[in-house]
Design a protein around this ligand. Structure first.
Ligand code: C5P
Length: 232
């Protein structure tokens, strides 16, 4: 499985994202497209970016009854995306349905990973509001195991959790990790962060990097630096 840097394209319009991508010339980074852009511009934006030669992680975090998720995944699989995701909280049955829906008529399918617990959910909130009584770590690892048993390819997690997820679910189980910052840069609103080189050391397969690249004075240099530090 190839490791890579995925740029989080957290833009809200086609114009902004295309202006950003034009800076990269012939270079075609792997991109994460989220709800903001997808809901603003519709599925056409995915095909347009794909036609420019980028790989796409479509980050829509599906969570619904199994039948609805299966049908929605079947529609998304037609978009020629490379990676997508669901919430593991939707249950193993929902995750299995998601994988089934994602398989294209030719037998191929995009990678599918699970969100375990959002990094915005603290252990205290998880326990008091959601009444999940275990520790956050145990919950993350258990949800990762559910995802693996349901046929998913990996999870989104903090780089600091990568090692434990790999130890629990196997080295081949992918970890896709946001929360990455250059050693000297601001952490923005991220709390548990690490550098690209350390993320690699912890075993992350893909790092998802947003503002350190998108808000940099020179996004192309920042992207190249990420690649050098992460891939070595
Ligand atoms: O700008 P920054 O590098 O913080 O962007 C990280 C990206 O990863 C954002 O798109 C954010 O929504 C996403 N993400 C995250 N933490 C998660 C899941 C996704 O930061 N647990």
């Amino acid at each position: 499985m190839a490791s890579d840097v995925i740029i989080a394209c957290d833009f809200s319009s086609r114009r902004e994202v295309l202006e950003f991508l034009d800076k990269f010339g012939p270079q075609k980074p792997f991109l994460k497209i989220g709800m903001e852009l997808f809901y603003a511009e519709g599925p056409e934006i995915i095909q347009e970016i794909k036609n420019r030669g980028h790989k796409i992680f479509l980050d829509l975090k599906l969570h619904d009854i199994p039948n609805t998720v299966k049908k929605a995944m079947s529609v998304l699989s037609r978009l020629d995306i490379d990676m997508c995701n669901v919430h593991a909280a939707g249950t193993a049955e929902m995750m299995k349905a998601a994988v089934e829906g994602l398989v294209r008529p030719d037998g191929t399918r995009p990678l599918i990973i699970a969100v375990t617990q959002l990094t915005s959910t603290s252990e205290e909130r998880m326990q008091k509001e959601l009444l999940v009584c275990e520790s956050l770590e145990k919950t993350v690892l258990h949800y990762a195991q559910n995802a693996k048993n349901s046929g998913l390819d990996g999870v989104v997690c903090s780089p600091l959790e990568s090692e434990k997820v790999k130890a629990y679910c196997g080295a081949d189980f992918l970890t896709v990790t946001p929360g990455v910052r250059f050693a000297e840069s601001s952490s923005d609103d991220q709390v548990r962060i690490t550098t690209p080189a350390k993320a690699r050391g912890f075993g992350s397969d893909y790092i998802v990097v947003g503002r350190p690249i998108t808000a940099a004075d020179d996004p192309v240099s920042a992207y190249r630096r990420c690649i050098e530090e992460f891939l070595g």
